[in-house]
Design a protein around this ligand. Sequence first.
Ligand SMILES: Cc1ncc(COP(=O)(O)O)c(C=O)c1O
Length: 313
Amino acid sequence: MKLAKYVSKKKTLVAFTHSFHGRTLGALSATYKKKYRNGYEDWLISDTKWVKYPYCYRCPFGEKYGSCTFKCISQMKELIYKHINDIAAVIIEPILGEGGYVPAPVEFIQELRTFTADNNIILIFDEIQSGFGRTGTMFAMNHYDVVPDIVALAKGIASGMPLGACVAKTEIMNQWTTSSHGGTYPGNPVTCAASMATINVLQKEKLLENAYEMGQYMKATLKDLMIKYPVIGDVRGFGLMIGVEFIKPETGDYNTELVTKLRVKALEKGLVLISCGDHDQVIRMIPPLMITKEEVKKGLDIFVDALRDALNG
Ligand SMILES: Cc1ncc(COP(=O)(O)O)c(C=O)c1O
């Protein structure tokens, strides 16, 4: 965000509903969730404009993917046009993390790329959670066949060692003159070595392929469960970044209570589950990329067992 503002000399950021970009003041300015913003509203970058995220399962325009008119795309363009002279960048998670493990549809991301490029607006992807093999490809952007201007990376980049990276096209990064950005820890040799080792292991042990295959298997199994358990409203994601959204079948409402119970029951049986979504209505499945089929099966067995227990009280 800092680089985009420096290069464009403009002030406005376009971000998305349900987004999560971090807890520091700058990143928080583009983070939607009130839980994180509460207490800081007066101190954030005030000039963020919000576009509705294309959350197809709960389409904010009441459309249905497959037969829709992509109102998400027209509203995104409308908002950008309205502020076109002030916009420094558009920042998006191609797959929402905290917001509910929601992949944006391919049509949306491709149109966003074309539209921002045509209008000379910098496009930032936040791949802090989705990058480094998590989705069965090196980056989530590979599923969309687009390249942003700037990408933010962290988490899997060094297998847990503290490292983050801001990667940009050369013509953008070169405009950041010496000392216009820096810090105490950048380029830490130990964490950079951990990242190099991570890249080697991803290649040598074919972990992208494993994430893809195990993800396909998990998704198919979870989708089968939807028939028997109508509380599972949606199963979605790429590779080993899978969201399972729980609903109240009578109304389709968020089923936060069940997710909470399920997590407790699963933990009692030795399986750690983490939730996400604005109402904590989604279980995120993010096992290690090296997980074996036996381990996936074991995890899913415990998941079903815990779900049965949670439904029975
Ligand atoms: C998509 C995304 N962006 C950014 C972050 C980084 O957040 P923070 O800087 O608060 O660790 C996270 C962490 O969960 C994330 O999932």
